[in-house]
Write a protein that binds this ligand. Structure first.
Ligand SMILES: Cc1cc2nc3c(=O)[nH]c(=O)nc-3n(C[C@H](O)[C@H](O)[C@H](O)COP(=O)(O)O)c2cc1C
Length: 201
């Protein structure tokens, strides 16, 4: 069981970092082979929209996204951790997601065989405020990211009201929930699928 954690905050030791670490700690305790990818340490160019991927499902931009494409294919569980920035995921997270257009193209344009959908996706998000719609943008982005890489949107932990670095440590019950989720996914438990209600505008 391979569990891949993708962490999209620029702030080391911040809230999504702590949350993902709790999740991965549980996953490791549950026996999974765990890997954490810190997007802040990678150079990932935003999608250039040249549609090369429509031809063969690959992206010609030679940067740190290339090894991630393979990791996204072989993971049994993909956990995406991001802070909320302006009601969406962080720019680091979004750049990585946009580049998975190459995987989307393999699935939907070229109709190639693709692993999944028994694989599972988890969204872990932290935000400062407490508004009802705080996670709407991130959840929709996650839904279509998970679809592009053919993992089922299985579970999510969305944490409101955490702003200062490490504020999430004041919510030990949330961290225990993240650990438990990691442990259960490592054990092969199935969750979801999470269905989102469309929002009319
Ligand atoms: C550029 C920026 C934009 C933000 N936008 C929002 C926002 O729209 N809503 C909100 O509740 N918090 C917002 N925040 C606060 C962060 O979501 C919050 O501090 C979060 O816990 C940070 O997680 P991290 O420590 O993992 O980076 C923003 C913070 C920054 C730096």
């Amino acid at each position: 069981m391979k569990i891949l954690g993708i962490w999209g905050s620029p702030r080391k030791g911040g809230n999504s970092d702590v949350l993902l670490d709790a999740f991965l700690k549980g996953a490791a305790q549950g026996g999974a082979d765990v890997e954490k990818v810190a997007l802040r340490e990678l150079k990932i160019t935003p999608c250039l929209e040249i549609y090369h991927c429509f031809k063969d499902g690959t992206c010609p931009i030679k940067d740190d996204m290339q090894p991630l494409y393979e990791k996204l294919l072989v993971a049994d569980v993909v956990a995406l951790a991001s802070p909320i920035f302006f009601y969406g995921v962080s720019a680091q997270t979004k750049a990585m997601i946009d580049r998975t257009q190459a995987h989307w193209s393999k699935r939907y344009v070229l109709k190639q065989d693709f692993p999944g959908p028994e694989r599972q996706g988890v969204l872990l998000c932290t935000g400062a405020t407490k508004g009802k719609y705080l996670f709407v943008g991130a959840r929709f982005t996650a839904k279509y990211f998970f679809d592009a890489i053919n993992v089922t949107y299985a579970a999510e932990i969305l944490v409101r009201g955490v702003d200062e670095k490490g504020a999430i440590l004041g919510q030990p019950e949330v961290l225990a929930r993240a650990e438990d989720l990691g442990r259960r996914l490592a054990g092969g438990e199935k969750f979801g699928p999470i269905k989102l209600k469309p929002l009319a505008v």
